[in-house]
Ligand binder design. Structure first.
Ligand SMILES: CC(=O)SCCNC(=O)CCNC(=O)[C@H](O)C(C)(C)COP(=O)(O)OP(=O)(O)OC[C@H]1O[C@@H](n2cnc3c(N)ncnc32)[C@H](O)[C@@H]1OP(=O)(O)O
Ligand SMILES: CC(C)C(=O)C(=O)O
Length: 561
């Protein structure tokens, strides 16, 4: 097939590093990395409208509140807005003592000078500089050979070191990024970084940060992990450098790449909240942190009110977070499908407060990130009885017996199919009311009296028949208990197949809910539900509810017929 006929042929496959003795696949992540947020820089440079100072300040404060200790606050040489914001942070003393700001610059003399001017007077700051090292960038952007590109990095390091020495009031830290690291020959990246190390002469107490970006994600994350492990093995003075990773999400595996890179030796991770950033975004720091959390590792970042964090980020970025974004999306703690709802409902019922988390389908307890249980289960045409029962239990304290759940779910299913929409808990309760609690025709129970003598119960009922308006009937019956007497009083032959009751609420406001499964001769079993302050009244209402549904030829009955 010619290249024209098969456009995929115009792409070159990634050439993996040979690393047969890789060790990272057997490692697990057992501690959080050093986190750096680049929301105010890589995130900001990718916005349609970059943030103004006020938005940047709100974002900065939110990052501090979430526990970030290293924050890249901008690219000060890029614009006056960027520069002024950094000045405002420093002059307004808005930076907590335990937070270190970071600023980015290209490896260019004028930009480096402007960058230093922006952070003058800061207690501590990381000067982060970069130049691309990959073959195509050497050829296309710089038109330089390897030596020329290495010289860009080394010369900038020398200038940065000098400017730092000239401004000793700040505790300086330095970061170098061989941009497009993942597409660069790894031995060349090591060569350039070793040359940069020689200039800065870092120590174990003031380590140089070597940030190895997957500027454009170009391969599966295992190859990136190989590159990181190889780099860690070959870089000089490993104890005096911090290996940082900065992954983008072009292939959709930014999170995996950062995680495998940590297994391969990375100490630090750069990224953005909810994965904002150039093109498909930077790696999502929230996902990485909560992935650790669900492995029993405290990430050192606080997302206990994740919706508040999301709101802040959406306001500042003016970009929505996807409803299926891990941990935070509107729909990620929601189960629509019946079997999921059933398992979640059982899981919640069995989950003990002090036990390990084990609710099926929910990798995290929604309460840990400020989400409520009510949002977990929602009902549409994909739902089953479990979800419906869960909502009625949670919102209205109604625990339908199992067979009643099956019966009522058909009523709900008919409605969701008819509407093609989700039903809220209130709408489900309204259906329950309509189908069971308000089933008072043709027979409406007006009142009853009970009399017991020698173990025999006598009941007298005042019943309004729909077709005999204005003339209540009196029905009487006898039995061993009130229910048996009531059934004996009915104008049809019927049998109670199942009976359940429970309290709704507690104390003086408590009510009783009764569920009666009744089989009227010649028909099939149907449930009736009654709710009242008085338990006997509730159970009588339940019998009438079932009787009336039978007489009306209820939906469930019609469907079965
Ligand atoms: C992967 C990343 O996200 S890195 C961060 C990228 N962020 C940004 O670019 C946003 C901020 N940048 C800007 O606002 C501007 O690009 C500025 C202010 C930095 C520079 O603007 P300008 O001076 O107009 O240059 P321009 O943006 O066109 O950059 C191109 C020049 O920089 C050179 N260059 C690019 N990267 C680097 C680098 N890391 N080190 C040295 N030179 C570089 C190019 O070779 C080119 O040089 P040439 O003009 O001699 O051909
Ligand atoms: C400056 C570097 C770290 C960068 O943003 C990238 O390579 O994506």
């Amino acid at each position: 097939m010619s290249m024209l006929k098969d456009p995929s042929k115009k792409y070159r496959p990634f050439q993996p590093l040979a690393l047969a003795d890789r060790t990272w696949p057997d490692k697990t992540i057992s501690a959080p990395p050093i986190w750096l947020s680049t929301d105010l820089r890589d995130g900001n440079q990718a916005l349609i409208e970059p943030m103004d100072s006020a938005r940047k300040m709100r974002f900065f404060n939110g990052l501090v509140q979430a526990g970030l200790k290293e924050i890249e606050v901008g690219f000060p040489a890029a614009s006056q807005t960027e520069f002024d914001f950094i000045r405002e942070l420093i002059e307004g003393q808005y930076i907590p003592d335990d937070v270190c700001i970071q600023v980015l610059t290209q490896a260019r003399n004028d930009l480096i000078e402007r960058t230093f001017a922006s952070v003058k007077g800061a207690k501590q700051a990381i000067i982060h500089y970069y130049n691309a090292c990959a073959p195509s960038f050497r050829r296309i952007v710089f038109q330089q050979d390897k030596a020329g590109v290495k010289a860009i990095a080394v010369n900038a390091a020398k200038q940065i070191k000098q400017l730092a020495e000239a401004n000793p009031e700040t505790h300086w830290r330095f970061e170098y990024s061989p941009e497009v690291f993942s597409s660069t020959e790894t031995d060349f990246a090591v060569e350039v970084c070793n040359a940069v190390i020689d200039v800065f002469n870092p120590t174990a107490d003031n380590r140089l940060i070597l940030n190895l970006p997957a500027t454009i994600e170009c391969a599966t994350p295992n190859h990136y992990a190989d590159q990181i492990e190889w780099f860690c093995r070959h870089i000089k003075r490993r104890d005096s450098v911090i290996i940082s990773v900065h992954t983008h999400n072009d292939r959709g595996t930014g999170v995996a790449a950062s995680e495998l890179a940590q297994m391969a030796g990375a100490d630090r991770v750069e990224g953005c909240l909810f994965g904002n950033g150039e093109r498909t975004g930077n790696v999502c720091l929230v996902t990485l942190a909560l992935n650790l959390y669900t492995q029993g590792i405290n990430p050192g970042l606080d997302f206990s009110d994740i919706d508040a964090v999301r709101k802040l980020v959406e306001d500042c970025n003016q970009l929505p977070v996807h409803p299926r974004h891990p941990y935070v999306g509107d729909l990620v703690h929601t189960a629509f499908s019946g079997s999921h709802q059933d398992a979640i409902r059982k899981g919640f019922a069995q989950q003990k407060a002090d036990a390990l988390w084990e609710v099926p389908y929910l990798p995290i307890d929604p309460a840990d990130i400020g989400r409520s249980y009510e949002a977990v289960i929602r009902v549409n045409s994909q739902s089953g009885k479990g979800g419906i029962a869960f909502l009625l239990e949670q919102e209205y304290g109604i625990s339908l017996p199992r067979r009643a759940q099956i019966e009522f779910s058909q009523v709900v299913q008919r409605e969701t199919d008819r509407l093609g929409l989700e039903l809220t808990a209130a709408q489900i309760y309204a259906l329950l009311e309509q189908e069971y609690l308000a089933a008072d025709a043709p027979y409406r129970l007006e009142s009853h009296s009970l009399h017991e003598e020698n173990g025999v119960c006598c009941v007298t009922l005042r019943v309004q028949e729909a077709n005999l308006a204005g003339k209540p009937q009196s029905w009487t019956g006898e039995g061993h208990g009130p229910l048996e007497a009531l059934v004996a009083a009915l104008p049809v032959k019927a049998e109670v197949m199942d009976y359940n009751e429970h309290a709704i609420g507690s104390g003086t406001n408590a009510k009783a809910a009764a569920y009666v499964e009744l089989r009227v001769a010649g028909g099939r079993s149907l449930y009736g539900i009654g709710i009242d302050e008085n338990l006997t009244t509730a159970s009588f209402r339940a019998v009438f509810s079932a009787l009336n549904r039978d007489r009306q030829g209820s939906f469930a009955l019609k469907k079965a017929a």
